[in-house]
Design a protein around this ligand. Structure first.
Ligand code: ADP
Ligand code: MG
Length: 330
């Protein structure tokens, strides 16, 4: 057997089984957006993400400033998904020897811009020679134990909500890769290159106890929903017609796909928040969306686990998607 057989998530399951945390201070180890550890008077959040040239980005389509911003943003999104507050980070870089100093300086300017915006401090890191650029950030944050939202916690009968719009970042990437007509599609490309972590919204959802479980949509709506369902031990139905699509997405998708919704269902990197909530919270969720000026759409319902995950089309037909989203090694 090799990695192709088990895929990224099969591998993580195996690691998780063999490496269970033993320390009683660990509230959440492998299996959520961040790890959660109890300290003397705080709850510590820890998360890490890697970006590799040729896998996650290409120097021909992302500039170093945006790369620096994005490297931190994808980590911030995981803290947002818990409703936590980001605080400090470490960055480790693998760099080829012919990389210009101006590239690195621009990268750090982007990183600093994002760090200042979310009030997080760089504390250190590591630097090494590599064939391609490798960026790994480890971000620490804080939360209140009772105010955090995990992937587990969804209950049968809950509504399923998602913030913002879906598919924009994946469509932006497709346009960049195909070197398509870019004028007019800039908004989609920006969603790919400069994602916005939903820190404030995540904190508000957690603080007001509006949700039972939450995850960020980094690999694709369906696959990230599946992660939340697995941790919660439930199933779900998603209504295709309720998937929030931006005006730009609807304008441009036809040039790249025959299927209106497929990229919104399976495309990654939108960094929106996906959460579950009992129906009595609908009004409060709508009020929050209004006050923060972010759309929050009710896209599905939580079902017993035996139902698995399926999508209901506009004509009422149900289908089980064969591909759920992005997975390394598959
Ligand atoms: P996310 O997309 O939110 O970053 P991942 O799917 O990457 O989450 O990871 C899921 C869980 O598996 C997380 O708890 C993460 O820390 C853990 N994980 C990922 N890769 C490894 C690894 N190589 N060893 C141990 N744990 C891992
Ligand atoms: Mg995540």
């Amino acid at each position: 057997m090799n990695l192709q057989d088990v895929g990224e998530f099969g591998l993580i399951k195996r690691i998780r089984k063999r490496m269970a945390a033993l320390n009683s201070a660990v509230i959440q180890g492998i299996g959520d957006d961040v790890a959660v550890v109890k300290t003397a008077n705080k709850t510590l959040l820890i998360t890490t993400d890697i970006l590799i040239e040729g896998v996650h980005f290409d120097r021909s389509w992302i500039d170093p400033w945006r790369l620096g911003k994005k490297a931190l943003a994808v980590n911030l999104s995981d803290i947002a998904a818990m409703g936590g507050t980001p605080k400090y980070f470490l960055i480790s870089l693998g760099l080829p020897e012919d990389l210009s100093l101006s590239f690195i300086s621009s990268f750090y300017r982007g990183l600093k811009k994002e760090a200042r915006r979310y009030d997080v401090d760089l504390l250190g890191g590591d630097t090494s020679l590599a064939q391609k650029i490798i960026i790994n950030i480890c971000l620490l944050g804080e939360g209140k134990k009772k105010g955090l939202l995990f992937r587990k916690g969804a209950r049968i009968g809950d509504d399923l909500f998602v913030t913002g719009t879906l598919g924009d970042a994946a469509l932006g990437l497709r346009i960049l890769q195909k070197k398509g007509w870019m004028r007019g599609a800039k908004g989609l490309i920006e969603r790919q290159l400069s994602p916005t972590p939903r820190i404030q919204l995540g904190q508000a959802i957690a603080k007001r106890r509006l949700a039972t479980a939450m995850i960020d949509v980094s690999d694709g709506l369906l696959i990230d929903t599946t992660h939340l369902l697995e941790e919660s031990g439930v199933g779900a139905r998603i209504w295709e017609e309720c998937i929030p699509l931006s005006r730009l997405y609807q304008k441009w998708i036809h040039f790249y796909s025959k299927d209106l919704c497929q990229m919104a269902l399976c495309g990654g990197e939108d960094y929106e928040l996906l959460f579950t909530a009992p129906s009595e919270k609908r009004k409060k969720i709508a009020d929050l969306a209004h006050s923060l000026n972010v759309p929050i759409s009710r896209i599905g319902e939580i079902l017993p686990s035996k139902e698995g995950i399926y999508v209901t089309k506009t004509d009422g037909e149900n289908y089980i998607p064969s591909r759920l989203g992005f997975e390394h090694f598959k």
